[in-house]
Design a protein around this ligand. Structure first.
Ligand SMILES: C[S@@+](CC[C@H](N)C(=O)[O-])C[C@H]1O[C@@H](n2cnc3c(N)ncnc32)[C@H](O)[C@@H]1O
Length: 258
């Protein structure tokens, strides 16, 4: 499902606090915000507690230079908007390197999509974000302040021009016709198998990656490292490299096929 009216400035945000949406805002050790899932079985934090922003940078910066080296206009698929760190980092680096990008984000929590789009518009265009309650505004203001305004502007222009689509939940079993053979870079940032078991089924991952990855040039990066993902990537034709993990995590994965 593509969402259309995310920028509707008259939207009534009935939630007044993060907990009304099932999240708790938590500051990580580098000072950047993360969200804890209060409704899931393991109350998982979206990022490593050592640093939400630092972890994002770590996971993205190790593949993006290669993607830009080999592909002119890469198409990027990001799983999990969360607070939008991945998108803003990708857009910032693309802007700084004078590269155009396009992409899609899948996010199950539609309120996160709406809050992000709404506050980004308010922040960069001076539109009235007055109807967004303060606890949300404060967190997004801090997230945005970690990125140069040109990066924010660039991402907003991609959203408004629909070069970057915001989508609801990802269903690995669905055949997304518009994504067939299209993805040059997967930024795979879902919750763990405990919280989101449906996103960690080997057969479904093989099917989804084989269907969506660009046949010639495709990269994959994630904070995670487990057998299911390794096997799925290999079966979908990726070379898999085990990398050091961020913070106290032992390992993480990248994959590529060229
Ligand atoms: C680890 S967080 C992502 C953090 C995010 N990349 C950021 O920069 O803040 C995982 C996200 O995946 C979302 N999610 C869970 N299941 C999903 C699904 N089936 N499809 C899309 N998003 C999903 C959660 O709502 C959550 O926002």
């Amino acid at each position: 499902m593509f969402l259309t009216n995310l920028f509707d400035q008259s939207f009534d945000f009935q939630a007044r606090a993060w907990s009304d949406l099932g999240w708790e805002a938590v500051r990580t050790d580098d000072g950047s915000w993360s969200l804890r899932d209060l409704s899931g079985p393991s109350q998982e934090l979206m990022h490593h507690r050592w640093g939400a922003y630092s972890e994002t940078e770590y996971v993205i910066s190790r593949v993006l230079p290669d993607v830009f080296k080999y592909v002119c206009d890469p198409f990027i698929l990001n799983l999990g908007l969360g607070l939008g760190y991945n998108e803003l980092r990708l857009a910032t680096v693309a802007f700084q390197n004078k590269k155009s990008i396009a992409g899609i984000t899948f996010e199950k929590d539609l309120m996160l999509l709406r809050l992000f789009a709404h506050t980004l518009m308010g922040h960069t265009r001076g539109a009235d974000a007055g109807i967004v309650p303060d606890p949300f505004k404060m967190v997004y203001r801090d997230v945005f302040s970690l990125h140069p305004v040109e990066g924010l502007e660039f991402f907003l222009s991609l959203l408004l021009g629909q070069q970057w689509q915001l989508h609801g939940a990802l269903n690995l079993r669905q055949l997304y016709e518009e994504l067939r053979g299209k993805v040059h870079l997967f930024v795979w940032d879902p919750f763990s198998p405990k919280t989101s078991p449906e996103l960690w089924v080997e057969e479904d991952l093989v099917h989804f990656l084989s269907w969506t990855a660009h046949p010639q040039y495709s990269w994959f990066t994630t904070y995670a490292c487990n057998g299911v993902l390794k096997r799925a990537l290999k079966r979908a034709g990726f070379h898999v490299v085990v990398m050091p993990g961020f913070g106290s995590k032992k390992h993480s994965l990248i994959g590529f096929r060229q």
